[in-house]
Design a protein around this ligand. Structure first.
Ligand code: 5MM
Length: 327
């Protein structure tokens, strides 16, 4: 698992999140007027994976379970193709969210049943890491409730333990959602509560921290408010890391959470800069889906045969993400 962490956090490289569930990718395709059948989904993803020199900026790819064993057109399995091209294959092992019975509003993440067997199987299929995402809505004085924080953080810890037992590096993704009109300080309060509970449980359950990756949102205001300046985001985000994230974890990667590509790159650059200024030594990188895929997906939706153009746009956005990491 240490080798996997080292490969993922190579200088200037990050993770491509291509693990949208069928429901999520269908939503994205629908907006662009493309039919979300399996053929279109795999053809689109294969174009991304086969981008020339993708490994210059991408060290690992999170796959949806169906993609892991899929054949690239006339060639080999996706996991083998990535490996041959010096990229690590990972897989999303959660089974998406469902309403939490305590209030029927908040969401918990399913997928613990049979997880060990699935992880063992994914390892055999060539995966080297896994990912589990849960979500926390923010509404001042209302959400997230203590009950959902307890449930989601406990399940993240159970997942991380099982993943490590199968030799797979877990990426724990407690996503603090942007939806709403909450202030950046309200978001920060939620980060404090969630991270405090999460890392306390990880330590008491003796999850190996150096073989674990945290995937997190930036500390930002709700999406209905105007955008935060990059310096404030960096200051608040690094403050949370310093206070709640043990330095010995394998690394931290950011999700983009519906921020625009340029915002995702600028927040990443300012946060990495701030981390360097204060000698925060835990490796930091990106694990973006929308921030590096959205422009390419629009081009693809307009002309599904113009692979070269899609790959050019996609490569350019991975390059921008890489540049944001500084060198
Ligand atoms: C790509 O979407 C991932 C899976 O989400 P669903 O289960 O809802 O389909 C998601 O975990 C993703 O990896 C992260 O949120 C990062 O994606 P963004 O678009 O936020 O960078």
């Amino acid at each position: 698992m240490n080798k996997t962490i080292q490969k993922i956090f190579q200088t200037g490289k990050g993770i491509l999140a291509a693990d949208e569930s069928t429901k999520t990718i269908s939503k994205r395709f629908k907006v662009l007027g493309v039919e979300a059948n399996q053929k279109n989904i795999s053809e689109y993803r294969n174009i991304l994976f086969e981008t020339n020199n993708l490994n210059k900026h991408i060290s690992g790819v999170i796959l949806y379970k169906d993609t892991l064993d899929q054949q690239l057109v006339d060639t080999k399995k996706v996991a083998d193709f990535l490996k041959e091209n010096n990229m690590v294959a990972g897989v999303k092992v959660d089974e998406s969210t469902e309403k939490f019975s305590k209030n029927n509003i908040e969401l918990y993440t399913k997928g613990l049943d049979g997880l060990k067997e699935r992880c063992d199987c994914y390892y055999e299929m060539g995966a080297q890491f896994t990912k589990w995402r849960n979500v926390f809505s923010v509404e001042e004085g209302v959400f997230p409730t203590d009950e959902i924080i307890d449930k989601n953080t406990s399940d993240l810890v159970k997942y991380a333990k099982i993943s490590q037992e199968s030799g797979l590096v877990p990426i724990i993704e407690p996503e603090i959602l942007r939806d709403g009109n909450h202030s950046i300080s309200e978001t920060k309060k939620v980060f404090c509560k969630v991270f405090k509970a999460l890392f306390k449980k990880l330590e008491s359950e003796q999850v190996q921290l150096d073989s674990l990756i945290l995937k997190t949102s930036f500390v930002v205001s709700g999406s209905e408010l105007i955008y935060d300046d990059a310096e404030s985001v960096a200051n608040e985000t690094i403050d949370i890391f310093e206070n709640f994230v043990p330095k010995e974890i394998g690394g931290i990667v950011f999700l983009s959470g519906g921020l625009s590509p340029s915002q995702s790159f600028s927040y990443l650059a300012s946060t990495v800069k701030k981390a360097k200024e204060i000698d925060f030594t835990t490796p930091i990188s990106f694990s973006y889906s929308r921030a590096i895929q959205s422009n390419a997906m629009v081009v693809w939706s307009k002309n599904q045969t113009n692979e070269a153009k899609v790959q050019e746009i996609f490569f350019a956005d991975t390059e921008k993400a890489s540049k944001a990491l500084g060198q």
